[in-house]
Ligand binder design. Structure first.
Ligand SMILES: [Zn+2]
Length: 440
């Protein structure tokens, strides 16, 4: 039996219970066993102490959208490295997209990912299954088999399931299994060859553009199909003001839709591409200042429900090349909190809202089939993230746990750093500055 751990005197933020105050948290046998406000001390005398004064203590972050690359692209990332990168970013539950090789379109591959996650991973991995066989958009995957293998949603992420009849059928099945469809909204006829947001900067750089309409057309289609089928739709990586307006109107009509936005689409614009930085090449592309403002407003108003990283690790060779040949994607786990905290420091989001979008809100989309997630309630798994909201640090990609060092934030100073991550009561990441103390 391991000794209980008291996380003492931190600022506890747990939006699932409306807690936003100083207090302490006791972890016993991998579960939250006690929560006391103010100076309260736990009922039992024997425990180790994690001094959390000046730090935020909240439920472990949940990421509904990441790429772990295994099987098939282990040079970019593995379940072992990806889950360690997640832990360094404060994430204790991550949902991996099925665009591996082979793709997660059958039970055997889903079981492979789950067993790798259990034996080699350090946080909870919940797989997402394909909508179509081979993600080809032609024939439905064995959705029933995938549902019984435990996928949390269906998606052909990277591809939009362009055939509307197939998407309609997928929605009808997904409804029967009570699972959402997550769509990567992109009209590929409009984006073919596109390298960045279509606008003044793409013209100036002479790069083919990806218009906002390419996303908005698919968002509109999916909302119409959701209304038709009564399915649950989750829209991945929303990036445009127009998409926000479509989702807003759909929610007003009572359509069952949720949506996510990434840290990079909230905090960076197409200007990051100036200088042809391939690390700022991402799909959907970084948009305009006006779009980022609309996305932040949408988060505040719950038009966009959650923040998800779309962690997309690539090798150096995938990015050290001509812009047109570079892969799309940003390695996002390890900079997510630091970059998002800029919105709190600027007064654009409250800390409680930010934490909610990373914990409670995504837990509501996943449901409680996989245990009580995104909460510090007594008896819940002790998935806890502890961060310093004010610590300045420089992004050193050489120190990343992820194999993907592809981020336009390399070398930048961020304010706000994860200090420790606990998964089921076990410390899976701890900053060197933190020293545990035995009581007495
Ligand atoms: Zn995508």
């Amino acid at each position: 039996m391991t000794k209980p751990l008291l996380i003492q005197g931190g600022h506890i933020i747990d939006p699932s219970q409306g807690i936003d105050e100083i207090g302490s948290l006791l972890i016993t046998e991998g579960k939250i066993s006690w929560l006391g406000k103010g100076e309260a001390t736990p009922p039992q005398p024997d425990y180790d102490v994690f001094p959390a004064q000046g730090l935020i203590v909240c439920p472990g972050f949940i990421d509904l959208h990441c790429h772990l690359r295994q099987p098939g692209f282990e040079e970019k990332e593995t379940i072992a490295t990806g889950t360690r990168a997640a832990a360094r970013g404060g994430f204790t539950t991550i949902c991996c997209m099925p665009n591996t090789n082979p793709p997660l379109d059958n039970q055997a591959i889903v079981e492979f990912v789950k067993s790798k996650a259990t034996t080699e991973g350090v946080v909870r991995v919940l797989p997402i299954g394909c909508i179509s066989k081979g993600r080809k958009g032609e024939e439905l995957a064995e959705m029933g088999e995938l549902a019984s293998a435990g996928v949390i949603a269906f998606s052909d992420d990277g591809e939009p399931a362009a055939d509307s009849r197939l998407m309609r059928q997928a929605m009808e099945y997904s409804r029967a299994f009570g699972l959402p469809i997550i769509d990567h909204c992109e009209d590929t006829a409009l984006t073919e060859g596109g390298q960045m947001n279509e606008g003044i900067i793409s013209t100036k750089l002479g790069l083919p553009g990806i218009p906002a309409a390419a996303e908005e057309i698919m968002v509109a289609r999916d909302l119409a199909l959701t209304q038709l089928t009564g399915a649950k739709l989750h829209i991945a990586h929303v990036t445009t003001e127009g998409s926000v307006e479509l989702i807003r109107r759909a929610k007003e009509k009572g359509i069952q839709v949720t949506a996510e936005v990434t840290p990079h689409h909230l905090t960076l614009t197409e200007e990051s591409v100036l200088g042809y930085d391939t690390n700022a090449k991402v799909n959907p592309p970084l948009r305009t200042k006006r779009d980022t403002q609309a996305l932040i407003q949408a988060l505040k108003e719950n038009v966009i429900d959650i923040i998800a990283t779309d962690h997309a690790p690539h090798t150096e060779a995938d990015k050290l090349c001509e812009f047109a040949l570079a892969a799309f994607g940003i390695s996002g786990f390890e900079t997510a909190l630091g970059s998002l905290m800029s919105l709190v420091h600027d007064g654009q989001l409250t800390l409680a809202t930010l934490v909610s979008k990373l914990t409670y809100e995504p837990s509501r989309i996943i449901g409680d089939k996989y245990g009580k997630l995104g909460t510090l309630t007594i008896g819940a798994p002790a998935d806890v993230t502890i961060f310093d909201p004010d610590m300045n640090w420089v992004v050193d990609t050489g120190a990343f746990a992820s194999k993907g060092r592809n981020t336009p934030l390399a070398g930048s100073m961020l304010k706000g750093k994860v200090m420790a991550t606990m998964f089921q009561g076990k410390l899976v990441y701890k900053d060197d500055a933190i020293k545990l103390e035995a009581k007495g």
